[in-house]
Design a binder for this molecule. Structure first.
Ligand code: FES
Ligand code: FES
Length: 140
């Protein structure tokens, strides 16, 4: 049992006890929301970030309506990006997630959802910020 602890259990726990499940207030000015779907299977992932004044991700929540690998991928992603700058968070590749979670090739698209979702959340946050600083352009 002592030998069995460690990496394998860390991976399994993302499947059995996903971290950071939930929602952040979509309309808050410091929250970015990414909502993406996988055409291959129809699974959907929502990932939200809260960004502090220094551009650091201070909170992350997800809701995934999809397979176990997609849920584990989003759980992994939330832990991975918390405390990162937006620039560092958008560099995370699905291949890293797939490797960490030991996803088989047929499940690669599940980890792709998590990569798409964090990028989409970052994009949403930046769009929101630029609209807030240029209210005339966005028609507010
Ligand atoms: Fe269990 Fe890879 S961590 S199979
Ligand atoms: Fe499509 Fe996992 S089977 S996201």
């Amino acid at each position: 049992p002592a030998l069995a602890r460690g990496y394998h259990e860390k991976v399994i726990s993302h499947y059995e006890k996903p971290r950071n499940v939930g929602s952040l207030p979509k309309n808050a000015p410091d929250v970015g929301t990414g909502l993406v779907g996988a055409p291959a299977c129809g699974d959907v992932m929502k990932l939200q970030i809260r960004v502090d004044d220094n551009g650091i991700i201070s909170d992350v929540k997800f809701k995934t309506f999809g397979c176990g690998s997609a849920i584990a991928s989003s759980s992994y992603m939330t832990e991975r990006v918390k405390g990162l700058s937006l620039e560092d968070a958008e560099k995370i590749k699905n291949t890293e997630i797939a490797k960490e979670l030991c996803l088989p090739p047929v499940k690669l698209h599940c980890s792709m959802l998590a990569e798409d979702a964090i990028r989409s959340a970052i994009r949403d946050y930046r769009t929101k910020r630029s609209q807030l600083s240029n209210p005339k352009k966005s028609g507010f």
